[in-house]
Design a protein around this ligand. Structure first.
Ligand code: COA
Length: 152
């Protein structure tokens, strides 16, 4: 893999939708994703581009007047998992959110998703809440947060 971590453009929309469809659960619609891609002030969509093919993507939502950014979605193509793509996407999300003046990065993850939980723990996120019945199918969410350090 020769990964280029970059911001998504509208041209990435079909590939992003294909990746999103791989992830079971609450999906982003074409319309929402298109709207988010067109509003860089409220959404930061990062893709891991492997020579023109998307290996994965991460979506960070930004609210005005809030120092907390939210990692809303993170997906790596199944055949490329376990090779550091997720780690690089989350690292880029942290750097980009820091550059945009955010002080914390927050996310919710399903309690039955050990690979993702392990990834966030390994990256220094700490559990700040456990929210029963957060997801449509009744699954619990674990909320993680990490501090973003402007000087690093
Ligand atoms: C979660 C996900 C994004 C991880 O992406 P990835 O590219 O496979 O992760 P990486 O290779 O960067 O792994 C980084 C660390 O995460 C942890 N990890 C990743 N996959 C793991 C697994 N299957 N089991 C346990 N730990 C795992 C490990 O600590 C790993 O570090 P190591 O390789 O040094 O052991 C990927 O599995 C995925 O797309 N899952 C489906 C979508 C999803 O669940 N998204 C998260 C929603 S909150």
């Amino acid at each position: 893999m020769k990964l280029d971590l970059r911001r998504a453009t509208l041209d990435d929309l079909p590939d992003l939708l294909a990746l999103e469809a791989l992830f079971p659960g609450d999906r982003l619609s074409r319309r929402s994703l298109r709207r988010l891609l067109a509003s860089p002030q409220t959404a930061l969509c990062l893709v891991a581009d492997d020579l023109g093919v998307l290996a994965g993507y991460g979506l960070v939502l930004l609210r005005r007047n809030s120092d907390v950014a939210r990692l809303y979605s993170l997906v790596v193509r199944p055949e490329l998992r376990g090779q550091g793509v997720g780690f690089r996407l989350v690292t880029s999300a942290m750097v980009a959110a820091t550059e945009l003046g955010r002080r914390r990065l927050r996310l919710e993850v399903r309690a039955d998703n050990p690979p993702a939980i392990e990834l966030y723990r390994r990256m220094g996120f700490r559990q700040v809440a456990r929210i029963p019945e957060y997801y449509g199918d009744g699954e619990t969410a674990i909320r993680f947060e990490t501090q973003l350090n402007p000087s690093s």
